[in-house]
Ligand binder design. Structure first.
Ligand SMILES: Nc1nc2c(ncn2[C@@H]2O[C@H](COP(=O)(O)OP(=O)(O)OP(=O)(O)O)[C@@H](O)[C@H]2O)c(=O)[nH]1
Length: 349
């Protein structure tokens, strides 16, 4: 089943693309400027490296316009970009101020690659920069003093720590918001938006692995009477009660969602329509035999259901839900408290 982190990755793409675009535009301008400055300084290898990065950034700017592989392009640009910085550091004609550029590495890495890869790449290039610094300045006693070393080291570590902490808290807030947006507030089950996300990844998995996938729609019977006789609050408690029965009955790879009102949709991976019928009947029987207690009074609930299988009954979620809904309608029509598979004639109650 698709994890929230997968959905989070999709969510991060537009803003990472925006950051990469501005970095590319900036690199193009700065690359040309430093090309001329380094030419003037007769630092030819660095001048041509800067020119190369400017041309490369223009190429990547075009390539990412409609890419499905943004993560790969981010690596394809940032690794040469940071490596060019290292090249500038070992350049004999470069000034010490070029080390200021290294401070960009943790910020860009975290913004573009997230906290794990961002930290890894930052650590690699910052350690490399530190080694180059000591090697290049080993014969300069004024630089090999505790004060300049502490200044540069602590400044670099502070920016690395801030970038990392910022990215952790940003990812956590994003994940919390994503969960809220994909959860039904009353029951805590997933909602329709989450069903749609999970279905698209389960659909791909089913096609890739040739495994069956089924949708089960469940609708409480005569739920209006529960509300009318016991009040809306009792109705809400009944919906929570049913949700916990659904949760208990399902495997970790299945998804239980509340579509709205007293209607639930279950996505059952690796499950044919016939196998889904076994699951559905178990749930139906659990709901029938576990009355919900309100103010010490048992309230009997029953549920009707319809099943549709991905492939035979449709290739997209909307069609599958509509097919399952037709079967559910038949189940209601034949007396309720029963489950019907799409395309089969229900037995009269
Ligand atoms: N308590 C509560 N009731 C809800 C909620 N959402 C929908 N309902 C009620 O669910 C009832 C659904 O009624 P109907 O659509 O007539 O269906 P039913 O009474 O279950 O009848 P059948 O589906 O034909 O068996 C309505 O009374 C809605 O007000 C909710 O979040 N909480």
């Amino acid at each position: 089943m698709e994890s929230y982190s997968e959905a989070q990755k999709h969510l991060a793409r537009p803003y990472r693309k925006a950051v990469l675009r501005s970095l590319l535009a900036f690199t193009f301008g700065a690359g040309l400027l430093f090309f001329f400055l380094n030419l003037k300084n007769q630092n030819y290898p660095l001048a041509y490296a800067e020119l190369g990065m400017a041309v490369y950034s223009a190429f990547i700017f075009r390539a990412i316009s409609d890419t499905a592989h943004l993560e790969r392009w981010i690596l394809a640009f940032t690794l040469p970009f940071f490596t060019t910085m290292m090249f500038a550091l070992i350049s004999p004609r470069a000034t010490s101020t070029v080390y200021a550029w290294v401070l960009l590495i943790p910020i860009l890495s975290h913004l573009l690659m997230g906290r794990r890869l961002g930290l890894l790449i930052s650590a690699f290039y910052m350690i490399t920069a530190a080694v180059i610094f000591f090697f290049m300045h080993r014969n300069m006693p004024e630089m090999m003093q505790p004060l300049p070393i502490a200044n540069m080291g602590i400044m670099s570590l502070t920016i690395l720590a801030f970038s990392h902490i910022y990215e952790i808290t940003r990812e956590q807030s994003e994940s919390r918001l994503l969960k809220m947006a994909q959860t039904d507030a009353l029951t805590g089950l997933a909602n329709r938006a989450r069903l749609s996300d999970v279905f698209s990844s389960e659909r791909k998995r089913s096609l890739r692995q040739g495994t069956p996938l089924s949708v089960l729609l469940l609708d409480l019977d005569h739920f209006k009477q529960v509300n009318d006789q016991h009040g809306h609050e009792a109705g809400d408690q009944a919906l929570k009660h049913v949700s916990s029965i659904l949760r208990d009955a399902l495997r970790a790879t299945d998804l239980a969602t509340r579509l709205g009102g007293e209607e639930f949709a279950l996505l059952l991976s690796d499950t044919s329509a016939e196998q889904a019928l076994t699951v559905a009947d178990k749930i139906r029987s659990n709901i029938e035999t576990s009355p919900f207690h309100h103010q010490g009074q048992p309230i009997n609930l029953t549920v009707s259901g319809g099943i549709a299988q991905f492939g035979p009954d449709g290739g997209d979620l909307r069609t599958l839900i509509s097919r399952a809904d037709q079967s559910l309608y038949h189940a209601k029509d034949t007396g309720r408290n029963t489950i019907v598979i799409a395309g089969t004639v229900p037995a009269p109650a």
